[in-house]
Design a protein around this ligand. Structure first.
Ligand code: SF4
Length: 406
């Protein structure tokens, strides 16, 4: 089986599950890398490696989902819970534009006190102030959360969000698309595998492009990682709506899974590179694979470019989620470009659709260096945005704090 799999992969043939399993389990790492690099080169022969300048903003950390791998969320009523005000988000957009950025990656917890009109008003006011600025926002579980909260079908929620200004949907919350694993991670309630895929299907039908992700290294088997990839490959065959695939390893610090369930070690760099390489070979209908340097660090991120990745993801201006679980890597545009070029590739700026926007912006004009990661809020800032009083809360604590009685 291994030899057949090696031959098929080298010839660029579509891999069966058995062949993928044989390669993932048995092929030497350098051979997997060579095959993945050849697959990358067939799709991207021009040796361009792209990246995007955008800002990763988490609009709230209050969440009722309580996934046990997450160190970021705070329960409803927690004094450490926050919701960003519209003005705070505008300021973050101004800072993003100042360093050449064109998009927010906007995700947050499942906050029961943020109804659909809050998202609509936010998106509309962003578009009114910054008509060209893009909103890559709300992963499938967030869309499902809003759908449940508003008692509207997912398709209607997507339609209303698009009308308000949503441009594309990030592939967060996929973890592993196998319900056995999702149950153990306490995330099956926020979205089953079918529900996650169902939101993406609806989004693609509505004309949105989305990304797909995978978080591995918790309680799943290698076969379940492959099951995840094959489910994505099937949906991509059906809709063609995914622009990219991004995989990263579980970050265990300060998580319930780490502290109470003993999953305390992080997958190694070799495991990451093997997983990335097998993804490039299995996902033969995905154009783009991102290097997850945010979790793996810049050096493994750079090596990813020899294991199937053709994109360095985003310049990191702000990060809250991975940092809460113990990883805080920072690379601004200068550093990302240095890593791409040192690996023998040509660095190009892109948008969410992976269309090339141009050469590095710092070579065109002076932009401030970003040598430290910003956070959603400064430590100790517990301010509550004024506009929240205009939106109906669902939780007892939310109603009380807004003076709402019913
Ligand atoms: S991963 Fe997302 S949905 Fe799960 S607890 Fe954290 S913020 Fe909530």
């Amino acid at each position: 089986m291994l030899q057949d799999a090696l031959d098929n992969a080298a010839a660029g043939e579509r891999l069966s599950r058995e062949e993928a399993a044989a390669l993932y389990r048995e092929a030497p790492t350098h051979v997997l890398g060579r095959l993945a690099d050849a697959a990358r080169a067939r799709r991207h022969p021009e040796r361009v490696v792209s990246y995007i300048i955008d800002r990763n903003v988490n609009y709230t950390n209050v969440c009722v989902a309580r996934c046990n791998f997450c160190a970021f969320y705070r329960p409803v009523g927690s004094s450490a819970g926050y919701v960003l005000g519209f003005d705070e988000i505008f300021r973050k957009i101004d800072e993003t534009i100042a360093v050449g950025g064109n998009q927010l990656l906007l995700q947050g917890g499942h906050n029961p006190d943020l109804p659909l009109p809050w998202y609509e008003d936010l998106f509309q006011s962003v578009k009114a102030r910054y008509p060209e600025f893009k909103l890559h926002a709300l992963s499938p579980p967030e869309v499902i959360h809003i759908s449940r909260l508003s008692q509207l079908p997912v398709a209607t929620v997507i339609e209303r969000l698009v009308a308000a200004g949503l441009d594309s949907i990030p592939g967060g919350g996929a973890e592993i698309l196998v319900d056995r694993v999702r149950t153990l991670l306490h995330c099956v309630g926020k979205a089953t595998a079918d529900e996650w895929l169902g939101v993406m299907r609806e989004a693609h039908r509505a004309g949105l492009r989305t990304t797909a992700t995978m978080m591995y290294g918790t309680v799943e088997t290698l076969d379940e990682r492959l099951e995840h990839m094959f489910r994505l490959r099937d949906l991509q065959d059906e809709t063609g709506g995914f622009t990219a695939f991004i995989t990263w390893s579980f970050q265990p610090d300060h998580t319930e899974l780490g502290e109470k369930h003993g999953v305390t070690t992080e997958a190694t760099g070799i495991e990451y590179l093997r997983t990335l390489a097998i993804a490039r070979l299995v996902l033969d209908n995905f154009d783009n694979l991102q290097a997850s340097w945010v979790t793996q660090g810049g050096k493994v991120g750079q090596l990813s470019l020899a294991f199937g990745a053709n994109d360095m993801g985003s310049v990191m201006i702000e990060e809250n989620v991975v940092r809460a679980a113990g990883a805080a890597y920072c690379m601004d545009e200068v550093e990302i470009v240095r890593n791409i070029e040192d690996a023998g590739f040509i660095a190009k700026r892109r948008n969410m659709h992976y269309e090339v926007l141009g050469d590095p912006i710092f070579r065109e004009r002076q932009v401030p260096r970003m040598l430290h990661l910003a956070t959603a809020r400064a430590d100790g800032d517990t301010s509550v945005p004024e506009e929240l009083a205009n939106y109906a809360a669902r939780s007892k604590q939310g109603k009380a704090s807004r003076g709402q009685t019913s």
